[in-house]
Design a protein. Structure first.
Length: 554
């Protein structure tokens, strides 16, 4: 017998997301992903100086601030015909590295970790056995000892005894889909608390070259403005903090990831949460000033076929609104993008209306197909391309866990890819610092290329950011912005069905998922969280002067 369940809101994300699933017994038969809130940004940009755009669009979100800032700058630089000098490219990479590392640590522990870790189970752990377990996954585990874990237990018990669990409230503790031992739960919970302090280090790293965090302010079209900050002291401050956060990655994050992979390997082997198996990435962290080489790959893999990686062509990106609350059913490129609201709501039972419109999220597509973006997409494409930086990381991890490469196509694989990517970026930070120092010693102190606003022009900035492929598109007429569109990672992943009825990545990842308890849909939440949703980024356009809904507040 089938039943409908609705999870609304999905918590531990940025923004407002609703998941509706149809269960056949305990298996998800169908699913619908709905973004329920609109925000207004891009229309504000029309008629403005193009150089205003980067500062506006980074306010899409309080998490992805630098991501939109840099990508908007890239779109403007193409429209202006400006190429930043090498030092600007390196400084941007260093700021971006702080964004990635901090974001991925926060996701694993504070947003996604409680889907794998049963906090209450940690209360029954043996602290000394927990310390021994930690040493099985690291020669020098982070903040690990029997006495420390005993203190963590006491801290958790105070939460439980008080009846006020704070961030640990309203969870599904004891659910049969939790598989870690009490000792493993205690180790990772301890690092959850450690990561609260560690995350501020990444924010400080961004502020050193970015001016502040969130919403850094030192990027400009043509380069960066932080020329006076490129001193030995400032570079040393950045590097010192980087070594602190890298230490946590190596001694806590990666060992915890391997520990969790061992407990949940059956889910990975079964391919739970695999999704559309189409993967797309646009290239990120340029290693050359013309972006001809990037640390994060550029390419496409279709149908999970890693034997046939394909090139990425940005002109094949479009957005479909057949099942989104916008007028019509057009599939338009971003430069032609339209956003005319047509809210039709839900049926009388509060469910989606069959094959109608059901979300504010558009459906980005590539060659009319839905594609997943994000760390897993980057590692699948990099692995398929035999990328010398990515393939060894994947192979070494598979060897350590005894798992085949097919395990990548799962919720577990998506989570693992994010951790491996953190290691990949950490491996290159010192190289960028050394490159910057070498340039300065050689007398190259340039950080900006002079440029002017064109009367007419258009640009498309394509970039890889923590949550996936991000593109900003600008069209300039009479020296001001005539149209501006952003196609963001969570729009790709949260997409509704397209005109052909093909589900978006969230929806497809849920189909076939087995739920142990329908009233505790932990498996659904775990799969959705593995994408690291950011709804505030995904929906950010509204047409002024037209009512969408009216509310009476008493």
């Amino acid at each position: 017998m089938s039943q409908r369940i609705i999870v609304d809101p999905i918590t531990r994300i940025e923004g407002h997301l609703r998941i509706e699933a149809e269960l056949d017994g305990n298996t998800v038969k169908d699913a619908w992903s709905t973004i329920t809130l609109w925000r207004g940004f891009e229309v504000i940009l029309k008629g403005r100086d193009p150089r205003d755009a980067p500062l506006f669009v980074q306010r899409f979100c309080g998490v992805c601030t630098y991501s939109h800032y840099e990508t908007s700058i890239l779109a403007c630089e193409e429209a202006f015909g400006a190429t930043p000098p090498p030092n600007a490219r390196i400084v941007r990479n260093l700021i971006n590295a702080s964004q990635y590392i901090t974001d991925h640590i926060m996701h694993f522990y504070h947003l996604h970790g409680l889907d794998w870790v049963d906090i209450v189970s940690a209360l029954s752990a043996d602290p000394d056995k927990a310390a021994s377990l930690a040493r099985e996954y690291s020669d020098n585990p982070y903040n690990s000892s029997g006495s420390h874990y005993k203190a963590v237990q006491a801290r958790l018990k105070r939460f439980v005894d008080s009846g006020r669990l704070g961030p640990f409230a309203n969870a599904y503790w004891g659910n049969p889909s939790y598989k870690l031992s009490p000792e493993a739960n205690l180790v990772i919970t301890s690092h959850y608390l450690d990561a609260l302090s560690v995350s501020k280090i990444g924010a400080q790293m961004m502020a050193i070259f970015g001016g502040k965090n969130p919403h850094p302010q030192t990027l400009v079209v043509g380069g960066v403005t932080s020329a006076m900050d490129l001193s030995a002291d400032r570079i040393g401050m950045y590097l010192y903090r980087f070594k602190e956060i890298e230490d946590f990655v190596n001694r806590a994050y990666l060992p915890d990831l391997i520990m969790a992979a061992g407990a949940y390997k059956d889910e990975g082997l079964a391919g739970q949460g695999a999704g559309v198996k189409n993967y797309l990435c646009m290239g990120g962290f340029p290693l050359t000033d013309d972006w001809s080489r990037t640390l994060l790959p550029k390419g496409v893999v279709k149908g999970g076929d890693i034997s046939k990686p394909l090139p990425f062509d940005r002109m094949k990106v479009a957005e479909d609104v057949t099942h989104a609350w916008y007028e019509g059913d057009e599939n338009l490129t971003p430069w032609e993008g339209k956003t005319e609201p047509e809210y039709t709501g839900f049926d009388s039972n509060g469910n989606v209306k069959g094959d109608g419109k059901y979300t504010w999220c558009k459906a980005p597509n590539y060659e009319n197909e839905p594609f997943e973006v994000g760390p897993l997409a980057r590692f699948v494409v990099g692995y398929a391309q035999n990328d010398p930086n990515i393939k060894p990381l994947v192979d070494d991890t598979l060897k350590a866990t005894g798992l085949p490469a097919t395990v990548l196509f799962s919720t577990l694989g998506r989570t693992a890819a994010r951790g491996l990517e953190t290691k990949l970026i950490c491996n290159h930070v010192e190289g960028w610092v050394n490159e910057l120092v070498a340039n300065m010693k050689a007398g190259d102190t340039r950080t900006w290329t002079k440029c002017a606003v064109p009367r007419e022009g258009k640009g498309g900035g394509c970039n890889e950011v923590p949550r996936g492929g991000l593109s900003h598109w600008i069209r300039i007429e009479d020296g001001t912005i005539a149209n501006y569109q952003a196609v963001v990672p969570s729009t790709w992943n949260c997409a509704p069905r397209n005109k052909a009825g093909k589900r978006g990545p969230y929806e497809e990842a849920l189909v076939g998922l087995k739920v142990a308890k329908a009233d505790q849909p932990l498996e659904i939440i775990r799969t959705i969280h593995s994408f690291d949703p950011c709804m505030a980024c995904a929906v950010h356009i509204i047409r002024p002067g037209k009512d969408v809904r009216q509310f009476k507040v008493r």
